[in-house]
Design a binder for this molecule. Structure first.
Ligand code: AMP
Ligand code: ZN
Length: 118
């Protein structure tokens, strides 16, 4: 069972912010911003490559409700999902990073060599 499935099953503790039948949101253990939350589906999905439009539709609403819950709707925030090797995905269970609470720099998340190739 993967790390985030264990968090879903409460086998590994996490600092939960929101939870419903389909999703769970918890604080990232290694925050990169004052607010750094991970939103995941309870069902195991490897990455964004494999998510269905139906699950994604509900995920959107869930992420919006996280932003409301932690009051970053007006100040703004960033939603990121890393996919695969080049995307820097470390945990192979679909997750969306929700970052906010300060003015976020962009370079940190796009610091690749622009001469890279496929
Ligand atoms: P990614 O690199 O996109 O796969 O992101 C994985 C994220 O999971 C990283 O930001 C980690 O800090 C975070 N993380 C790893 N283990 C835990 C955990 N037990 N609880 C909360 N966040 C975690
Ligand atoms: Zn999983």
């Amino acid at each position: 069972m993967c790390l985030f499935c264990k968090i879903v099953n409460k086998e590994i503790p996490s600092n939960i912010i929101l939870e419903d039948d389909e999703f769970i949101a918890f604080h990232d253990i290694n925050p990169k911003a004052p607010i750094h939350i991970l939103a995941i589906p309870k069902v195991h999905v490897d990455s964004f490559n494999d998510v269905s439009p139906e699950l994604m539709a509900n995920m959107t609403v869930f992420i919006q409700s996280i932003a409301k819950e932690v009051q970053i709707v007006q100040s703004g925030y960033r939603v990121i999902t890393n996919i695969g090797e080049n995307g820097g995905q470390e945990v192979k269970h679909l997750h969306f990073h929700v970052l906010g609470g300060t003015k976020l720099k962009w370079g940190h998340f796009s610091d690749a060599d622009t001469q890279g190739h496929f």
